[in-house]
Design a protein around this ligand. Structure first.
Ligand code: MG
Length: 251
């Protein structure tokens, strides 16, 4: 899974570098598929329940599951990119939201809060903690910063399949839920809206957007629970990310 995670993070880095005004989301998708297949990976999303592309590309008010297409990125957009890779039968999954050109201050703060919420949740991935501690870490930080967590979409266990039990909501009660044990692997993915937590589904039945049209950000890592704490298998995926490695003071 760590090897699959390396392909995911490398792919996201490549995509983040190319998120400039003018490129289409279909162009980003083609770039991702080539990158993944050259490394003997399979783009996990392609064909998943009929999803037609290798990545999810979700600009601005689109929360997740945007189908890549003719949309050309504009200066000031924020772009959520979600990538899953299957390598030798194991899956890793991660997402980042990156700025296109110069986003406004509210957009920059939304991305910053969402990424930090993920880091705080990852830091809770320690044997003996409970799943509710992870969920609560996201909710508490996001809501204290005046944003909302999407309720109807959740993170998930991950391994041989992309979506395994348990579901990992971005809201919860400390101490609730199953106890975390060494060897568990989770895809933790805060989806954070600037306005209401409510979302709507597009006519294409895939893209999910904020109900009030405000911006949304999405960050995700695949995280293994080890006796020494969290091991992020998709590290270093954010543009300008100081890194999820051992140098990070959060763990
Ligand atoms: Mg996921």
């Amino acid at each position: 899974m760590a090897r699959a995670g390396e392909v995911v993070s490398g792919c996201l880095e490549l995509l983040a570098e190319h998120c400039r005004p003018g490129i289409t989301t279909a162009g980003l998708d083609a770039m991702a598929e080539e990158y993944i297949r050259k490394r003997r990976g399979i783009p996990t999303f392609k064909g998943y329940r009929g999803f037609p592309a290798s990545i999810c590309a979700s600009p601005n008010q689109v929360v997740v599951h945007g189908i890549p297409g003719a949309y050309a990125l504009k200066d000031g957009d924020i772009m959520s990119l979600d990538v899953g890779v299957t390598l030798a039968g194991w899956v890793a999954d991660a997402a980042v939201t990156v700025p296109v050109g110069e986003p406004g201050r509210p957009a920059a703060r939304l991305m910053d809060v969402t990424r930090t919420a993920l880091m705080r949740a990852v830091a809770r991935c320690v044997p003996g903690n409970h799943l509710g501690d992870v969920s609560f870490a996201v909710q508490e930080y996001v809501e204290n910063n005046g944003f909302s967590v999407v309720r109807t979409l959740v993170g998930h266990g991950i391994g041989r399949d992309m979506h395994e039990d348990p579901q990992i909501p971005n809201y919860g009660i400390p101490g609730d839920g199953p106890e975390l044990k060494e060897g568990m692997v989770f895809a933790i993915e805060p989806m954070v809206n600037a306005g209401t937590h409510k979302v709507v589904v597009a006519e294409d039945k895939w893209a999910i957007s904020t109900a009030d049209g405000t911006l949304s950000a999405h960050f995700e890592h695949t995280v293994a629970i080890t006796e020494n704490g969290p091991r992020v298998l998709t590290a270093g995926t954010a543009k300008g990310d100081p890194g999820f490695g051992s140098a990070n003071p959060l763990w």
